[in-house]
Write a protein that binds this ligand. Structure first.
Ligand code: V47
Length: 372
């Protein structure tokens, strides 16, 4: 089906997309600036269907946040707490292992583990946590620690990034999530997360992980004080690294949630912003296989629509979520597998349960098999 492109700035971009050509920085800015959401969505959907047909992926996962203690105090964040904050928590290892098995009976295939930058937890503690999880849940993939957590742990432990990643990998870390990338452009980054590693260090940490054979995801935080140029710059830096390493599996655009943060005066993103974030990413990140519409952050309703605007993944069951709910998310904590299937099917897409590395999963009531 051909959709009429209303915005004349999208016409040369359509020609490039149809010829399979890479889009430029200027193309990216034009895509973010357009109000022609149907034209944009049509182009993004062309690529999405070229890569994945009608398939839409989801997984059965559980988030675990072992601690919210964080030395960074980022303005963008409502989750992190100072070590002496009476509301701060740090789980014991037994609690982490117990929590991992709690929740729904559906056998999870992935634990997504991220936390604050804790000034006292040692690399031995993290390795013990991973080993304990592997011992108790040997078939569950451990997608753990953002590049920011890795770099902080390396600095505190006085190990190189490579050695830190190797130690964690040897203890059971299978891959890394995409968080902490925020926006790479330094002046903006300094305002929203001034104590975090800079964009160059984030990229360098991801490069090292990929060189070690670890796959990771990547993200961008949008809808705060950045402009369209900052967004495209961010995407192109991710695309450049991907050309080199091919280590990124999935890109997830993350809409800024302002409640309970130091930037609470910033208005929330609109549905238009969120759909455009998915579609532009699908068009610019021509070398990243998967684009995820993270339902917790977008709401299930908008995430479902995104499946027709470039996204081919909707994330998973999650069970328990804190980072977005502390910052005002009104979505549920988790969705059942059946609810994800329904969302995907009602968008006219074909659901496929995947593991973290996108191998199809076949399951009966109580167990699952990864199809290799
Ligand atoms: O690193 C923090 C962001 C990230 C806020 O890899 C905020 O599959 C919006 O990375 N408003 C954590 N965003 C979430 C994340 C993620 C989520 C789902 C899947 C995957 C994956 C990764 O959330 C943080 C930060 O970038 N964040 N505070 C906020 N107030």
């Amino acid at each position: 089906m051909q959709v009429v492109i209303e915005d004349p700035r999208l016409v040369p971009i359509r020609n490039k997309v149809e010829r399979g050509e890479r889009l430029s920085f200027e193309d990216g800015v034009a895509l973010y600036q357009t109000a022609d959401i149907l034209g944009l969505g049509y182009l993004a959907n062309l690529i999405r269907e070229r890569l994945h047909g009608n398939t839409t992926y989801f997984n059965v996962n559980r988030h675990i946040n072992p601690t919210d203690v964080c030395v960074a105090s980022c303005r963008l964040c409502a989750f992190g707490k100072r070590v002496r904050d009476p509301k701060a928590y740090t789980m014991s290892l037994e609690e982490v292992w117990h929590r991992a098995g709690e929740g729904w009976s559906e056998a999870v295939t992935e634990f997504h583990i991220v936390g604050g930058l804790h000034p006292e937890l040692t690399i031995e503690w993290y390795c013990e946590m991973l080993r304990g999880l592997k011992q108790r849940f040997p078939r569950v993939h451990l997608k753990a620690f953002t590049m920011v957590e890795i770099a902080y742990l390396a600095r505190r432990t006085k190990l190189s990034i490579r050695e830190t990643l190797e130690r964690l990998r040897d203890a059971g870390m299978d891959s890394l999530p995409g968080g902490g990338a925020e926006i790479f452009n330094e002046p903006v980054r300094r305002i929203i997360c001034d104590h975090k590693i800079d964009g160059r260090e984030w990229i360098e940490t991801a490069r090292t992980a990929h060189q070690l054979g670890l796959r990771s995801n990547c993200t961008m935080l949008y809808g705060h004080i950045e402009n369209e140029q900052d967004r495209v710059d961010h995407l192109i830096r991710l695309r450049d690294l991907q050309d080199e390493t091919h280590g990124f599996v999935t890109y997830i655009p993350l809409a800024f949630h302002p409640d309970n943060t130091a930037l609470h005066h910033i208005p929330k993103t609109t549905g238009f912003d969120d759909i455009k974030a998915i579609a532009v990413a699908r068009l610019i990140l021509d070398n990243v296989p998967h684009i995820k519409a993270y339902w917790v952050m977008m709401t299930p309703k908008v995430a479902q629509i995104a499946l027709r605007f470039g996204a081919n993944d909707i994330d998973g069951t999650i069970v328990e979520e804190h980072i977005y709910h502390d910052a005002g998310a009104t979505t549920k904590q988790g969705l059942r597998r059946a609810e994800l299937l329904e969302l995907i099917r009602k968008a006219g897409r074909e659901p496929v349960e995947r593991d973290t590395l996108y191998r199809a999963v076949e399951r009966t009531e109580a167990t699952f098999t990864v199809l290799v």
